[in-house]
Design a protein. Sequence first.
Length: 340
Amino acid sequence: MKRESRKDYRKAIGGKARAAALSAEERADIARKGAAARWNSEIPIAEFEGAFNIGASEIDAVVLADGRRIITQATFLRALGRSRSPKAGTGVLSTIEDRPFFLQAEVLDPFIGPELEKASTPVFYRTKNGGKGVGYDAELLPSVAEVYLKFRDSELTQQGKVPTKYSHIVTACDMLIRGLAHVGIIALVDEATGYQEVRDRLALQAILDTFLAKELAAWAKRFPDEFYKEIFRLRGWIWKGMKVNKPQVVASYTKDIVYERLLPGLLEELEKKNPKMDTGRRRNKHHQWLTADVGHPALAQHLFGVITLMKASKSWDDFKLMLDQALPKRNTTPMLGFTE
């Protein structure tokens, strides 16, 4: 065991021993004093606030003045399948050596690295209206979910099942990971709070780099025939199959419907990476530049939503109206729908 690891291990053991030796009143008193010290010190202020949905969970998020993206403690716990509330007067769930409640179980120790330990410290801040707020770094959410899923995999391998007391948490974490990637949580927080309008170009570029493949991916069909069939139906054109050349305007429809709405700045970045040749054609399909782990799943989800809107529309105008309302382009104001 490395020297630093031994030190951390002794620190953790010592912390648990000290906590066990204290009475309930002593622990409560320490928690109250700690809370008072936290709120009396200079703490950051939330400049952006908002909420978004992941599955059935609504996540409250803020962006602090220093750019940190934070998920509030209560919704962080709900997303993990936990329902506990902070101890009265503390503003944060009880911890052992700064480890939050949701990572305290000893069965999770083998799956928690030093980076996660450091990142799991709660963040205290002031809300826009001056209230007290407690939360965690947004990127901690998928990391904690992965800890529970590693624990699940280990239990299934060694015991053949997951302990009942953890099954609902594992289920929640599995659902969370399926719908969430690190770039996804950042993009959702930024959109919910309005921060995407002011974040610097470097932050956006980091998201785009995660979204786009560094090297060209092998060609694979990403746009289902149904997407084009619905365009033809809504435009009143006769569908003769994919082997027949599509009207040239379909390419501009694809830009408008898909790439301009998928991620801010994505189309511009794709056109730089995949410029037109002298023939007027592009060497590759735009979707070949999307990454397999983030870009392609996001494209598939977007197309599913678009095709659903298409099927619900009676005309091209109906579809465009619903599209602008449900999946608007960035920096545009969607048209209001009116009932007849």
